[in-house]
Design a protein around this ligand. Structure first.
Ligand SMILES: [Cu+2]
Length: 371
């Protein structure tokens, strides 16, 4: 057990911010509790010249336009991916579905994907500069399992101020994601996540070392949004001091796929979410349950083959037409349509109440198969 008192900080200089006495209210940069101070004495030795560098800064003034015309406040990471020579890597494809972003810099929702090859050394350089605000954030590379100082979990290392370099080397190709792990319940809901894809030595187009190949790729991060959590401005430390910030009640109204409203927009070709493919092609769906609630995927009459889960290949692929998932799970699903599948397939993600299994809403997109 850590000593709670050691972990309490008071940025505002106003009150003591004790665990029983704080309010959790106030503007950005005010009193925060349950925030874990950085320990520079423990920071890892950084090996120079990484194979990939992921520069990430923070935006907390983004927005997403829903199909009903409502604009919802979004936070996330922006930045660029660099190769070993420091050259910017442009990310092919529209996997992140960058819709409706009003964020500063190149803020996208979901955040800019990270992509790396198995065995490479990576640096994620997090720059937490909130225009003078005393924000704290981290980057947690979910499923990668680096040592604790690079794991980006606030309560097992620290929350970041200023600039911090996470160092990691993925050992297993597959589908991952990264997210903020400071005041996690709120920050993840606000949108602070993005895809993290690890390719095998064979490169893009092969699922894992010695594994199946694919022609097309869809990265679908499916999430539910309760707009009452997305206050603008929302306090980054809301709820940390014990006040009631409403984070114990999730009543989602919107059901989204990779930052696009799944009510209508995610089914429209303009969104980059639907897939157009031909018989003979192979599609790899990289499906991320990026919400808090259970989800059920329905493949709209297509058959899929699950080849990997949570960044690990399955011993044997499993054929599915539906799939039940829970929070933070990832599944790699191959779709290989035959001539009998020619047509328009509505892909549905039902989002379920975690107690009653009642369907709260459905995010929809399409796979269109032609001859
Ligand atoms: Cu954060």
């Amino acid at each position: 057990m850590f000593k709670l008192k050691d972990k309490i900080e008071n940025h505002g200089g106003g009150n003591g911010g004790g665990p029983g006495g704080g309010t959790g209210g106030g503007g950005m940069g005010s009193t925060a509790c349950y925030i874990y101070p950085r320990n520079t004495a423990e920071e890892p030795v950084i090996v120079p010249n990484p194979d990939k560098t992921f520069n990430r800064s923070i935006y907390m003034n983004g927005s997403m336009l829903m199909d009903d015309g409502t604009s919802v406040s979004i936070w996330g990471f922006s930045g660029q991916n660099l190769d070993k020579n420091g050259q910017v890597i442009s990310y092919p494809g529209g996997s992140s579905g960058m819709s409706g972003m009003g964020g500063m810099m190149d803020g996208a929702f979901p955040s800019v994907p990270m992509r790396i090859t198995e065995g490479e050394l990576a640096h994620t350089v997090l720059n937490v500069m909130g225009g003078g605000m005393m924000w704290r954030h981290t980057v947690h590379h979910h499923g990668i399992e680096p040592e604790y100082r690079s794991d980006g979990v606030g309560h097992t290392s620290w929350d970041v101020t200023g600039t911090y370099t996470y160092q990691w080397r993925p050992s297993q190709a597959g589908t991952y994601f990264y997210h903020c792990h400071t005041n996690t319940v709120l920050h993840a809901e606000m949108g602070m996540y993005g895809a993290l894809i690890v390719d095998p030595p064979e490169g893009q187009g092969t699922a894992f070392a010695g594994g199946p190949t694919y022609d097309l790729e869809a990265i679908w991060a499916v999430d539910e949004i309760d707009p009452s959590w997305h206050k603008s401005p929302q306090n980054w430390s809301a709820g940390t001091c014990g006040g009631d910030a409403g984070l114990n009640e999730l009543n989602p109204k919107y059901f989204i796929i990779s930052g696009v409203d799944g009510n209508q927009s995610a089914s429209q070709d303009s969104s980059n979410i639907p897939v157009n493919m031909t018989v003979g092609q192979t599609l790899l769906i990289r499906y991320i349950n990026a919400g808090y609630l259970p989800q059920q995927l329905k493949l709209g009459g297509l058959q899929g083959s699950i080849i990997a889960s949570d960044g690990r290949p399955l011993p044997n692929a499993r054929t599915i037409t539906t799939l039940d998932t829970v929070s933070a799970e990832r599944y790699d699903i191959l779709i290989q349509p035959t001539s009998a599948d020619i047509g328009n397939h509505v892909i549905e993600f039902d989002i379920l109440d975690w107690v009653t299994n009642k369907v709260l809403g459905t995010a929809k997109t399409r796979i269109i198969v032609s001859a």
